[in-house]
Design a protein around this ligand. Structure first.
Ligand code: UD1
Ligand code: CA
Length: 461
């Protein structure tokens, strides 16, 4: 068995109230499945062995979260929270020490709170320390029965007397246990309760009966321990987490005109003095440099944006790299594999895909550049396109440095344009062009004098 403190995370429940085919803990919150957060908080609080109890949708959960510090425990039938921890007993064999228990559906719990609970539990020499909260509306939660510092028991809503239901200190479902004590106490649990389940909460009364110390630590902010049981609570948790992400960023030197409409995934990095206008979405593995301006309606997914970049309204950027001082949009679409080296201008209604642009190259209007290697200081005229697909295969267009491309040019790939050449407007380029050349491919214009007048006269006859 590997070393370090152990934690058990309960995540086997079906999440019936989510009305979903996805297991509850896989529902996303600020870009990560809900379970990500308790696992990370436990790791940050120095718990090195994580035992995750899974049941419903176990395969999906395992696929997303497998890691060397994590052991999977399968609970095939969900017979209650006590049963869930019982299932983890084998994986804890030989472990004696403090044991943390978290629920996979309590995603806002802070690392500091876990550390505080861990230290308080040790100081008090308790066998059970339960994390509690004062809830103005405690409906649905287990209530804490105290005798001063000592917790005498936890009573579930459905098993509580009217008097007990008036208690507003509730069980958050987070505990520190003495591992040896709790594993032996679990063997004494029964299902004599309203839900016919093995309640983990019953180990508190068992500890009291055995003359042990039990304690409760009450969190200052009850929103931190909210459980997510349905999609409304998921949305509530998202609002709280989003505010935390945005306020941390604002304190770190990023401006937001209206932070309530800025949607930034967990882990996205931003540099100082970057300004975010309303309705900006920054998702996945994304980083944004310093001194950038990100206008309304911009969506950036899994992309790296350099310093001093201006992303104008309505632009979408996916799996791309944008070098410093680029100007993108409005309404530009950078698709996967776009690499802009720096000082590039990608203007309105321009789409790029698997396209590498050297420094200073521009496509200002209505252009499509796909499967292309573009040198430095290349200028695409309005409406130029790479014809990269023949319906079966994709082909590459190579455009060397300093090429000037007239408007409405089509490059029928594969094709290479040598450096410093000029493509005349309206050309369809099907063959390679050498350096320093002029290429044009358009039929000569015919003009027929007086044609309109003759037509009009004929229709009048
Ligand atoms: C539980 C507590 C209650 C507390 C509340 C806090 C018990 C008996 N009650 O009630 O005192 O106020 O949490 O949110 O413990 N799970 C399993 N296997 C099971 C049952 C549950 O893994 O067989 C997991 C669920 O996936 C969930 C967690 O345990 O992550 C809590 O289960 P849930 O059914 O939501 O407990 P509550 O009834 O809310
Ligand atoms: Ca339950």
């Amino acid at each position: 068995m590997n070393k370090g403190l152990a934690a058990v995370i309960l995540a086997a429940g079906k999440g019936t109230r989510m009305k979903s085919t996805l297991p509850k803990v896989m529902h996303p919150l600020c870009g990560e499945p809900m379970l990500y957060y308790p696992l990370e908080a436990a790791r940050q609080a120095d718990f090195r062995q994580l035992k995750v109890v899974v049941g419903h949708g176990a395969d999906v959960v395992r696929e997303r979260f497998s890691s060397p510090d994590l052991t999977w425990v399968v609970q095939s039938d969900q017979l209650g929270t006590g049963h869930a921890l019982m299932c983890a007993a084998d994986s804890l064999r030989g472990y004696s020490g403090p044991l943390l228990l978290l629920c996979g559906d309590v995603p806002l719990l802070k690392t500091e709170t876990i550390e505080h609970l861990r230290d308080f539990h040790a100081r008090e020499k308790a066998v059970v320390t339960v994390l509690t909260a004062q809830m103005p509306n405690p409906h649905g939660y287990g209530r804490i029965i105290r005798d001063g510092e000592q917790v005498m028991g936890i009573v579930e809503e459905r098993d509580a007397t009217d008097l007990q239901r008036e208690i507003t200190e509730i069980n958050t479902g987070t505990y520190m246990f003495d591992a040896a004590f709790v594993l032996s106490a679990l063997r004494g649990l029964n299902k004599n309760n309203a839900q016919g389940e093995y309640y983990l909460t019953d180990v508190v009364a068992a500890a009291v009966a055995a003359g042990k110390t039990t304690r409760a630590l009450c969190v200052a902010d009850p929103t931190e321990v909210m459980g997510v049981n349905d999609r409304c609570q998921l949305a509530e948790a998202e609002v709280l987490m989003r505010w935390k992400i945005n306020s941390d960023l604002m304190y770190a030197g990023i401006s937001m005109t209206d932070p309530t409409t800025v949607y930034i995934d967990n882990g996205v990095e931003l540099g100082v003095d970057t300004q975010l206008h309303p309705n900006v979405h920054l998702r996945g593995k994304t980083s944004i440099g310093k001194n950038c301006i990100i206008e309304t309606g911009v969506v950036v997914v899994d992309s790296q944006i350099g310093d001093g970049v201006h992303l104008k309204a309505g632009s979408a950027i996916e799996e791309s790299q944008v070098g410093p001082a680029c100007k993108i949009g409005p309404m530009a679409h950078l698709r996967p594999g776009t690499v802009l080296s720096g000082n590039n201008k990608i203007g309105n209604y321009v789409e790029t895909k698997k396209a590498v642009f050297g420094e200073g190259s521009q496509a200002s209007h209505l252009t499509y550049v796909g499967d292309a290697e573009v040198g430095r200081n290349v200028n695409f005229g309005c409406g130029a396109i790479t014809c990269n697909y023949d319906g079966v295969n994709k082909y590459k267009t190579i455009i060397e440095d300093d090429v000037f491309i007239g408007s409405d040019t089509q490059f029928v790939a594969p094709v290479t344009i040598g450096r410093n050449s000029l493509i005349a407007a309206g050309s369809t380029i099907t063959k390679d062009v050498p350096a320093n050349a002029l290429a044009l491919s358009r039929s000569n214009q015919r003009v027929i004098d007086g044609w309109r007048l003759r037509k009009q006269k004929k229709s009048e006859d």
